[in-house]
Write a protein that binds this ligand. Structure first.
Ligand code: SAM
Length: 337
């Protein structure tokens, strides 16, 4: 699939729940949440039907996300089915890591962690959120005291057999600067790929202000002061828009997801997003979306769903609206990060 601007679409991010066991300030800031009603969420069968049709149109990579995807029941059975969809070559998951070290009771195998079960189910790569190494700061950001669980989850992921474990750190001015090098050292010690993500205005208007925005460029300067100038590695690409740089004299890459400051950010975009409530979004930073759940439940044929997906690709914008007209609408948690 290719859109009007030459974006080649092969990647579907599937949000399987809008619920989360944490309350990150920049993602779902209010404590009192109105979750979507259960029957407003796509069932696993509905997700798989959309994916089968999408895979027939060229989707090759899938990322399971949320909300916190590991809070949805029987997530492993969904992943096994996703792995069996013809055409799907690569499955990743995004998680806050707090449940990765748990041993799921409903699965066989004594002492086998969720991380290991994910690998056995077919997940190749895991992205784990880690904004801070400080327990109190973690609790302040996430509104939950789960720092130890998140770290245990990272340890479990590191030995589970994933092809890659990435750590995602959302940048917050006044919070992240003094930890940047510690996070790099932590990632180095754990052989994980660390990525810094610029704050995006996806939840409420207070989330992104001049007072709390920290750019990837500033982080690069902080790292250069500690390690020497970073070496750009344009040849390194993962499936997303991150750009990678190498720490001098060290075989360690650091990624930067500069949605706000990188003017080329959208050029290589290859994604569609399926929200937990069955809307297909061509772009995170645009409110455009196509309702799939209503036609699906009204008995639409595969051809009709194919047409709706193709239309969505056709309407994919050249670039996101975050720098221009975007006003927060649906929270990140409802879209699927
Ligand atoms: N719960 C999972 C997790 O923690 O990764 C998956 C969903 S979460 C919405 C996906 C990613 O989006 C996380 O790395 C999170 O930090 C990031 N994120 C959420 N809100 C954001 C915002 N306003 N700006 C930038 N990144 C954000």
């Amino acid at each position: 699939m290719e859109d009007r601007f030459g974006h080649r679409i092969s990647y579907l991010r599937i949000s399987i729940t809008d619920r989360c066991n944490e309350r990150c300030r920049y993602c779902l800031p209010e404590e009192r949440q109105e979750w979507l009603p259960r029957d407003g969420i796509l069932s696993y069968e509905e997700i798989l039907r959309i994916l089968r049709i999408g895979a027939g149109m060229g989707i090759r990579k899938v990322r399971i996300t949320g909300g916190e995807p590991l809070t949805r029941r029987n997530v492993l059975s969904l992943i096994r089915s996703v792995a069996a969809v013809p055409g799907v070559e690569d499955i990743g998951i995004s998680t806050n890591g707090t449940l990765l070290a748990d041993v799921p009771a409903e699965e066989s195998g004594e002492g086998v962690t969720m991380a290991r079960h994910l690998v056995e189910a077919g997940v190749r790569t895991v992205n784990i959120s880690l904004d801070t190494l400080d327990q109190a700061a973690y609790a302040a950001i996430t509104n939950r005291d789960f720092h130890a669980r998140a770290l245990a989850g990272i340890e479990a992921a590191c030995v589970a057999g994933f092809e890659s474990v990435k750590l995602n750190c959302v940048l917050m001015k006044g919070r992240t600067e003094h930890e940047v090098s510690d996070l790099v050292e932590f990632a180095h010690d754990h052989e994980c790929l660390l990525r810094f993500i610029e704050l995006m205005p996806v939840s409420t208007t207070e989330v992104l202000t001049a007072d709390n925005f920290l750019s990837c460029g500033t982080v690069q300067q902080i790292l250069a002061a500690r390690y020497g100038p970073l070496v750009p590695c344009p040849e390194v690409r993962t499936n997303g828009p991150a750009s990678y740089w190498r720490i001098p004299d060290r075989n360690q890459l650091v990624g930067f997801i500069g949605a706000m400051t990188n003017l080329h950010f959208c050029e290589s975009c290859n994604k569609l997003r399926l929200t937990a409530d069955g809307k297909l979004r061509p772009c995170l930073g645009s409110h455009m979306e196509t309702d799939l759940i209503t036609p699906l439940r009204a008995g639409a044929s595969d051809d009709e769903i194919t047409r709706l997906i193709a239309d969505t690709v056709d309407r994919k914008p050249k670039e996101h609206d975050f720098r221009t007209t975007y006003l927060p609408g649906r929270r990140m948690i409802a879209i699927g990060g």
